[in-house]
Design a protein around this ligand. Sequence first.
Ligand SMILES: [Zn+2]
Length: 159
Amino acid sequence: MSERGDKLRRQAAEQDGEAETLEKQARYHRDTARAQRKSATQADLEENARIPVDRSAVTLTDGRPVDPNHRDLKPNGQQQGYVVLSDEERAKGFVRPVRESYKHLTCGAVTTMGRALAETYARDPAFYSGTFCATCQKHFPVGDDGEFVWAGTEIKVGT
Ligand SMILES: [Zn+2]
């Protein structure tokens, strides 16, 4: 081995050490940024919770006015229509993340709902007393004692 070669190998090892230190620092800063973004989202949700919900500002999911027969059931067990908070009311701000899929704890199946329903839950988590399981083809209760959690979480739907 040459003297010049040894010197260059030592320098290379120093470069590797420096790179490792900088990579550790970069990981630390990325982790910090991720935590700050999560806190920022939480702060926004908490701020939105101060805006009172107007539960009289409602439509059906397709934007039509609520008609008295909307609760009649279709052959698949779903209602003819579902009440949601109006576009304007939902635009006032969410107090929970918008989540579109939930799991029925009784049968284990996941059901996905439309955007307006998901946003209504996000604006006013206690708006509904029950929801539909597409596998059981029936409605069951939500809330603390309800039968549903948001998919991929342990969080009860309606809380
Ligand atoms: Zn079910």
